[in-house]
Write a new protein. Sequence first.
Length: 257
Amino acid sequence: MSNDNKSIHEFDFNLICEYFSSIERQGPGSPEVTVKALSFIDNLTDGSRIADIGCGTGGQTMVLAKNIKGYITGIDLFPTFIDLFNINARKLNVQDRVSGVVGSMENLPFQNEELDLIWSEGAIYNIGFERGLMEWKKFLKKGGYIAVTEASWFTDERPTEINAFWHDAYPEIDIIPNKIAKMQKSGYIPVASFIIPEDCWTKHFYNPQVEAQKKFLNKYKGNQTAEELITNQRHEAQLYSKYKEYYGYVFYIGKKI
Ligand SMILES: C[S@@+](CC[C@H](N)C(=O)[O-])C[C@H]1O[C@@H](n2cnc3c(N)ncnc32)[C@H](O)[C@@H]1O
């Protein structure tokens, strides 16, 4: 019985990975926004050490690689994503300084004070914003930077439907000043924060999924997991379109004190 459960579980994981591998990014963002966030960071040289945590297939990492010198390690839990990450690095001919490694953000493979920059787009929620900021800090040199995107409320109050959705999905979502205060309390100078624009969600994340969903449903016709996955993705996209003035992702950039 437990073996059956395990194989079903693994099958689910494989399905989810296959779906998200078919799109360029696994979360909202854009090349322009990655470059903008990078513009606040001033300590990098060709010897710098950078980590991209929860890198997925490396959509944003390859943008980093094009815009900065130094060594970038991408870390993600899923081997399928890391395989694609390393293929993308080779395509860009940066494989000598950009490499993807399978690993967990809860147990990072770095030395204390090894890193100049920690990057993480749409992924810190997996460990939690405050916990991630606190636990990852030891890997940064003094004066090193952290740049993360995090789901945040734009208003003090919002409609019940979207409030309930996020309360269930990620109760740590909060208004921007509270997130910045947490960054300060965690031992960083909050250097900058900005709301990522709507096209990061639409043009770069939800729109490419429309075609991918059709193909995926066609391939897995009658498969309950596949159908539920797509229903959830479509529901999320609809919620975003309905409630986008109440929430979004915010880039938070901090400098270790
Ligand atoms: C929403 S996706 C964002 C991916 C990518 N940064 C982007 O913006 O396209 C979140 C990523 O975090 C990864 N992830 C989830 N839990 C993780 C963990 N404990 N350790 C490392 N990566 C994790 C997922 O596999 C996924 O690739």
